[in-house]
Design a protein around this ligand. Structure first.
Ligand SMILES: NC(=O)c1ccc[n+]([C@@H]2O[C@H](COP(=O)([O-])OP(=O)(O)OC[C@H]3O[C@@H](n4cnc5c(N)ncnc54)[C@H](O)[C@@H]3O)[C@@H](O)[C@H]2O)c1
Length: 366
């Protein structure tokens, strides 16, 4: 990690697939010079959507041109529904029309939707071409841009078609969060708080102290939290790149969270909002099992509430429907559901939880 000009670098060490995550302020202008040593070609393809491109496309393009790149733009409409094979196919067509070759570089400029889709296209076009992530939502900066999971959705399930494909660089400029809608910022904050409970007391205390600074977009604090989350995820990905073991702990709050998202048709809640409710339910299960004291349960509710996130599963949401989606969960083993529970802050464990216990955790929330 280097601290000069408050720019931080987190290295993800994966042998030949290693890369840096550079985190800081005013970094978009430096994109071209940062990429130059990493790729052989001087042709770049930016994949973005009209919202993000209007805000930052010019800066990114100028920086690339200044560094000697020929810049091409591939535009995708905004929205989760465009994270699809159909959109991928359109992107392959455009790459082919431009004669994109194996050494040209594809750059994802956007949130998790653009990052996942672009990564999937980069991974599959010509069996893989260089790929750069420029995540522009807090969720993408602390989670989706790191670790190499790339995918598109199938109408039957989210992220069903995908692979592991690491970028050559993740460039995180926290300044872009200034234009992020408040709800999106809070949704990303849920993943930050999740990391807090997984990392330990020290980071959770830091978040408790600075939650208002984060909501007010204090640059120094944003850089600090993004760096801490990336560092944490990097260390996990290094030991379990393909998600066969330790990486599962990153799913804290996700078992019930995913079921809440699915049962509301992925429309009512942002991902982070569902995860916030999922974490509270997981904390309730852990408390009932005697793994954590009531104080840690309340700590979940307090910090999530202060972050403006929902902590109560609304009674409008049919519990039976949530349970139905839990039964379809791909992570389910035998009759128990696989859950990440805490036995203390910074002490995640994986445990099987029976449907009745899940129902109990949902009930008092209503
Ligand atoms: N690959 C992974 O490991 C991983 C992990 C978590 C989530 N995901 C995926 O991430 C996706 C969700 O990502 P998301 O929450 O970033 O949503 P998103 O990409 O849809 O972005 C949210 C909204 O914010 C807009 N936006 C993005 N950056 C902006 C900015 N700087 N200023 C103004 N508006 C901006 C987008 O155009 C969009 O309308 C899902 O598809 C999910 O499956 C992937």
């Amino acid at each position: 990690m280097d601290n000069k000009l408050n720019q931080k670098t987190v290295k993800v060490s994966l042998g030949g697939r290693s890369y840096n995550i550079i985190i800081g302020s005013k970094l978009l202008d430096k994109l071209g010079q940062k990429i130059k040593p990493l790729v052989l070609s001087r042709r770049a393809f930016i994949v973005s959507n009209p919202i993000v491109f209007d805000l930052y496309g010019n800066k990114v393009s100028q920086s690339l041109k200044k560094a000697g790149f020929e810049v091409n733009l591939l535009m995708v409409p905004d929205g989760e529904k465009y994270k699809s094979l159909e959109t991928s196919y359109k992107l392959y067509n455009q790459l082919i029309e431009h004669n994109a070759g194996r050494f040209d570089v594809v750059i994802a400029l956007g949130g998790g939707v653009i990052g996942d889709l672009t990564g999937f296209v980069a991974a599959t076009y010509m069996r893989g071409i260089p790929f750069i992530q420029i995540p522009t939502t807090l969720l993408a900066q602390v989670d989706s841009s790191v670790g190499g999971k790339v995918a598109v959705n199938h109408f039957k399930a989210k992220n069903l078609i995908g692979c592991f494909y690491q970028p050559k660089l993740v460039l995180i400029d926290v300044d872009v969060l200034q234009t992020l809608p408040e709800r999106e910022l809070k949704s990303g904050l849920a993943e930050v708080i999740k990391c807090g409970f997984l990392i330990g007391e020290d980071f959770i205390s830091f978040l408790e102290e600075h939650i208002e600074d984060i909501l007010m977009m204090n640059t120094e604090i944003l850089i600090e939290i993004v760096q801490r989350c990336c560092e944490f995820k990097a260390r996990i990905v290094e030991v379990d790149e393909r998600d066969f073991g330790k990486r599962a702990i990153l799913n804290y709050g996700h078992t019930i969270g995913h079921a809440i998202e699915a049962s509301s048709g992925y429309k009512k809640y942002r991902h982070g909002e569902a995860i916030a409710m999922g974490m509270v339910c997981a904390a309730k299960i852990a408390q009932r099992r005697g793994l954590i004291p009531e104080s840690i349960m309340s700590q979940h509710e307090d910090i999530l509430k202060r972050a403006g996130l929902p902590i109560i599963v609304p009674s409008l949401l049919d519990t039976k429907d949530v349970m139905k989606h839990l039964l379809l969960d791909k992570k389910k083993r035998d009759e128990n559901h696989t859950f990440v529970l805490l036995k203390g802050i910074g002490e995640p464990i994986i445990e099987g939880v029976a449907s009745d216990d899940i129902l109990e955790s949902l009930k008092p929330c209503q």
